[in-house]
Design a protein around this ligand. Structure first.
Ligand code: ZN
Length: 303
């Protein structure tokens, strides 16, 4: 029997039409999570983030292109069919934010609609993208793509204008262009790098803990409205977890940090700023960010 080719990806089925594709051995050790939602009735496949571009620590891995993987590799969890056989469904790609580990494969989808947050157009402008994607500091080429900047509460449509039941929300905090996606039918919330468990939550120099509290408060409101069975999916580690509990617990940890209840575990110098690291007892949540952001949040009324 012919062995299937080795790939840089691994897939898990989350619901009948939702899949988690993870890059298991990327050279950056980010292990980004890519989510794929098929909407066959609209001839569409929604791809949330595109990962690290397949750069694998395993040198002889055969399939490194996400698009080739989606269109050509049969998956056991999908009745031995590829997720998008031969590219028959049209892509709509949503980028949760512009960090390199979410955008490096985006050029494979340049013939598709690529949606990003319109919250801060200058942050993701062509001249700022190399710096803000972190590609520049890693010494890697910044991908070129022409995104469509969408407003807060944007309803996603197929290329032929069929509504997909998917809502985009601006959730600045991790970075100004961070967004969340809510799939009403599946009750799935995708929050990118806003938060996750069991892996260090990071705010870069361009982040804001003050904005993060406002964004996560609005996500909690949404989840409360939608009912107790909403599940949350993140850019790393967390998938299909109870949304309210994860949001609430993460906010409690970050509140403890801001109120000075969590001790600084260590200090590191990164991209020209002093960063502090916090680790919750038990290890579920941890945080690394410029100390400036914690002090700013501490000064800010209402956090
Ligand atoms: Zn990020």
């Amino acid at each position: 029997m012919l062995m299937p080719p080795s790939t840089a990806f691994r897939t898990q089925r989350l619901t009948s039409n939702t899949f988690l594709v993870s890059e298991h051995s990327d050279v950056y050790q980010e292990h980004p999570q890519i989510f794929v939602k098929r909407v066959p009735s609209a001839q569409t496949i929604v791809v949330i983030d595109t990962g690290c571009g397949g750069a694998s620590e395993i040198s002889d891995v055969e399939i490194t292109s996400l698009r080739t993987y989606l269109e050509e590799i049969p998956l056991e969890c999908n009745d031995n069919q590829p997720l998008n056989t031969g590219g028959s469904l049209q892509y709509v790609v949503v980028l949760t934010h512009c960090h390199y580990d979410h955008i490096l494969a985006i050029e494979q989808f340049c013939d598709s609609r690529i949606l990003v947050s319109a919250h801060s157009p200058s942050f993701i402008s062509a001249s700022n993208l190399p710096k803000h994607s972190l590609c520049e500091s890693l010494g890697i080429r910044t991908p070129h793509y022409l995104p469509q900047l969408v407003p807060h509460h944007h309803e996603v449509h197929s290329m032929s204008n069929v509504p997909l039941g998917i809502l985009i929300l601006h959730t600045p905090g991790h970075v100004p262009d961070e967004l969340a996606i809510y799939d009403k039918e599946e009750k799935m919330l995708y929050v990118g790098d806003t938060l996750y468990e069991d892996e260090m939550i990071i705010f870069p120099n361009e982040g804001s803990i003050v904005e993060w509290f406002a964004s996560t408060a609005s996500l909690i409101t949404l989840v409360k409205t939608e009912g107790p069975d909403v599940r949350i999916n993140s850019g790393h580690k967390t998938s299909c977890r109870p949304a309210y509990e994860v949001l609430h617990s993460t906010r409690n940890f970050i509140k403890d940090v801001v109120m000075g209840k969590e001790p600084v575990q260590r200090r590191e110098w990164r991209r020209g700023e002093e960063n502090v690291v916090y680790l919750q007892e038990g290890g579920r949540f941890s945080l690394r960010c410029p100390e400036r952001l914690v002090l700013e949040a501490r000064e800010h009324k209402g956090v």
